[in-house]
Structures are given as structure tokens and as C-alpha cells.
Design a protein around this ligand. Structure first.
Ligand SMILES: [Mn+2]
Length: 424
């Protein structure tokens, strides 16, 4: 972990300028009828989970280039996630992926306590064969034509729930690679029936206070059809299962130009928005850093979330899910967590009574300008002050680079060649 001294040393260089910027923004927001302290408190309360696999270097279908000091196991991953939380105070929890992160629950709990983290959703893996499993997932898992393969996949999901229950997790995310590569290869209807039947068995094993999250994806690893190809199919699954089943929206899993914020609104309206996998994309499921391509879209998603926030039961899970091929994963995850916070802060600035008035009066220009006025506001002083208040870094990237953490872990962790890449 990084010493407080390193963080304070870097903060000392920036604190005077931050106070000046924060006070100026406070005056500006005050003229708009907004109390900056209220926004800062909400930002400070906000957290986005880090995926354990995100701290390793990802890869593409072409190659994987190992990074320096990559985590060797789940405990190294938790150390790296602890650093992200320490410097940003925006990532209080970690989402584990089983079997990649399999370890005794007591050891996971002890390490999480040591680095100041809790556990978010559990992620099962039935898109990849493990060394000791009798049935292959090459032709699917929960929807496989062979009943024994489906049973094996169901049992794996139940094992994930059992481990999760011992480490304080409250959700299971099922993601499958099931689908087809050729027209005619699979009967769409029978395949989906098999999927629903197997998913039902997992759902029935879920504790009462847990949520089952399913995620849609239109292509990859299957390239002709996937069994959960779009949000419509995903919603059908959640409706078929019951109240504990909800839909996960991965920002990268949509066709180009799809109105994702509207999907968010629809799922919210019917109580089926379970959570997010934040990332960004240019062409397809590129797994690019959150907010790096289309920060306005991210803001519009958060505009819907803030609109729904008034309902106390509305509590979707937020996680980053991206692949880092040319950056230090710790740095990318810190920047991405802050981009999510930024979109949230900007969405909190939307003048909602004014927006509603313009909507009711059919003033399209002023309605959209009301959103833009919030989006144009530079909220960085709010985010930075929220970090400073909590003992984190005003500027996490320079503080991380000054700490020498990456070099220190590179010295003790040998290069990992075969580790799992960024996923789904
Ligand atoms: Mn995802």
C-alpha cells in the first residue's frame, strides 16, 4: 500500500489551488441555486466496484502483452484494488471471478479487511473449460444440448453463490458464451428453453437477499447468435425468473448508435435495472476505458439514474468492466472510476424542475440546453475535494506515479504470461 506521507506530500502541492477552484465553483453553483456541499457529499458517498480481472493486463484476439508487476493471484489483485481505493476513495468493493479468484473464504475476508475493501457481485465462468471438469463448454454451458453439461454449469454457479455468501457478496452475475457461429447450428427456441431451465435452477439456489444479474451481448465469443443477445431477451429472463432477477447493462454490449440511456430508463421503469458494467466503445465491444470515447453518453446514462434516485428502493450495482492493453491497469481504473463519478456529479447539477417545465411545454431547445448546462460544468474541484476530505489524493495519477508502487510490485512479482485477460 501507499504511505499517507506520499499522498500528503503530493496533496500539499495542490491544496491551495484546489481551495480557490472549489470556492469559485461554489459561488458559480450558488447563483444556479445549487449547494456545492450537497453535491460533494453525494459524490463522496458514491462508489463503483472494480473487477478483480481488471488489474491484470488484458489482451485481444491477436496478442497479450504482460505488464510489469502483474498480480499473480487474487491476493495480489486485492492489493492493487486497495491502492485504487486508497488514492481515489471511489472504489470500495471488488467483484470476484470464479474460478480465477478461488481461495478459502477466510483468507479472502482477511485480505479484504487488510486493504479496506468489501466484495461486490460474484461472477461465474462457464465460457471456459477448467482442467478438472468432465464436460466441455465448447458448444455452450447453461444451454448446452447435453444435460450433464448443463448440470455441471448450474453446479458451478451454485458453488459461486456458496463462496459469495461467506464473503458478504449479495449478487451473482451469470455470463455465458453460449450461442452459435453458423445459421442452422442451433434451434433458437430450444436453446433458449434450455437456458431458462438451467438459469431457473441457479435462481432457486439464490439466498432471499441476493440478486441474480444477467448480461446481454450481441456477439462474441459466438459470432452468429448469442443466447442472450439483447436487452429484450435479458428482460425476458429477468421476468421469467422472478423478483430477485435483474438486468445488467454493459455499455459495450450494444449495436453502434443504440440509445443506451433509453434502455436504462425502460429497465428502471419496470424495476429490472440490476446494474452496470461501465466501459466505452468506438466500434463494438472494445472494452475501452470508461468515458474515453463518449463521455456525454455516460452523462446521459447518469441523468436517468439521478432521475430514478428519488426512489429509495432503486439501488443498481455499479462496476467497471474494461480491458487494459496499453496503459497501467491501476491508472486506467482510477481514471475510469473518476469519470463515472464525474458523470454522476454532472447529472446531479441538472435543473430538474426547469427540465420538466421545458418537456411539458415542448421547448426542445431549452430542454436539451438544460442538460448541456449541467454537462458543461467542470466538476473536477468537487471530485478532488471529496477525495481530499477522505484522505485520498487530490490528483491520484501523479500521486500513484510518485509512490513507486508499480516498481515495487514488479520487483516481487514475476511476469505472468498465461493469466486470464479482460472479459465480457
Ligand atoms: Mn461486462
Amino acid at each position: 500500500m501507499i504511505t499517507e506521507h506520499i499522498i500528503n506530500q503530493d496533496n500539499d502541492k495542490r491544496v491551495a489551488a484546489l481551495h480557490a477552484d472549489y470556492d469559485a465553483l461554489g459561488e458559480h453553483l450558488d447563483r444556479r441555486g445549487i449547494d456545492i456541499a450537497v453535491i460533494k457529499a453525494k459524490v463522496a458517498d458514491y462508489g463503483v466496484a472494480v473487477p478483480s480481472w481488471g488489474v491484470g493486463t488484458g489482451g485481444t484476439r491477436f496478442a497479450r502483452f504482460p505488464g510489469k508487476g502483474e498480480p499473480r493471484d487474487v491476493f495480489d489483485k486485492l492489493s492493487d484494488c486497495g491502492v485504487i481505493q486508497q488514492l481515489t476513495r471511489a472504489t470500495p468493493s471488488v467483484s470476484l471471478h470464479i474460478p480465477w479468484d478461488n481461495a478459502p473464504a477466510a483468507d479472502l475476508n482477511a485480505k479484504a479487511e487488510e486493504v479496506g475493501l468489501s466484495f461486490d457481485a460474484m461472477n461465474s465462468n462457464t465460457f471456459q473449460d477448467q482442467a478438472d471438469q468432465p464436460h466441455s463448454y465448447q458448444f455452450g454451458s447453461l444451454s448446452h444440448t447435453n444435460a450433464a453439461t448443463r448440470t455441471q454449469a448450474v453446479e458451478h454457479n451454485i458453488a459461486c453463490i456458496e463462496l459469495g455468501a461467506q464473503i458478504g457478496s449479495k449478487a451473482l452475475t451469470i455470463w455465458v458464451g453460449d450461442g452459435s457461429n453458423f445459421p442452422g447450428q442451433t434451434n433458437f427456441t430450444k436453446q433458449f428453453e434450455r437456458y431458462l431451465d438451467a438459469a431457473r435452477q441457479v435462481y432457486d439456489a439464490l439466498p432471499d437477499d441476493w440478486t441474480l444479474l444477467t448480461e446481454h451481448k450481441m456477439y462474441e465469443p459466438a459470432f452468429y447468435s448469442t443466447v442472450v443477445q439483447d436487452w429484450g431477451t435479458n428482460l425476458l429472463i429477468a421476468q421469467q425468473m422472478g423478483d430477485k432477477a435483474k438486468c445488467l447493462v454493459d455499455l459495450g454490449h450494444h449495436a453502434p448508435n443504440v440509445n443506451i440511456e433509453m434502455i436504462v430508463a425502460r429497465l428502471t421503469q419496470f424495476g429490472k435495472l440490476g446494474g452496470f458494467h461501465f466501459n466505452d466503445s468506438k466500434y463494438g465491444d472494445d472494452d475501452l476505458d470508461t468515458g474515453s470515447i463518449n463521455p456525454y453518453q455516460l452523462f446521459l446514462v447518469f441523468n436517468e439514474l439521478v432521475e430514478a434516485e428519488a426512489d429509495p428502493d432503486f439501488n443498481p450495482m455499479h462496476m467497471l468492466d474494461q480491458s487494459h492493453n496499453v496503459t497501467d491497469p491501476i491508472e486506467s481504473l482510477m481514471v475510469s472510476a473518476m469519470e463515472v463519478q464525474r458523470a454522476y456529479a454532472q447529472a446531479l447539477l441538472v435543473d430538474r424542475p426547469a427540465l420538466e417545465g421545458f418537456q411539458e411545454g415542448n421547448d426542445a431547445l431549452m430542454a436539451t440546453d438544460t442538460l448541456k448546462a449541467a454537462y458543461r460544468t467542470d466538476v473536477e474541484p468537487i471530485l478532488a475535494m471529496a477525495r481530499l476530505d477522505q484522505g485520498a489524493a487530490i490528483a491520484p495519477i501523479p500521486a500513484f506515479r510518485a509512490s513507486g508502487y508499480r516498481k515495487a510490485v514488479a520487483d516481487e512479482r514475476p511476469e505472468v504470461v498465461g493469466a486470464g485477460g479482460g472479459i465480457v
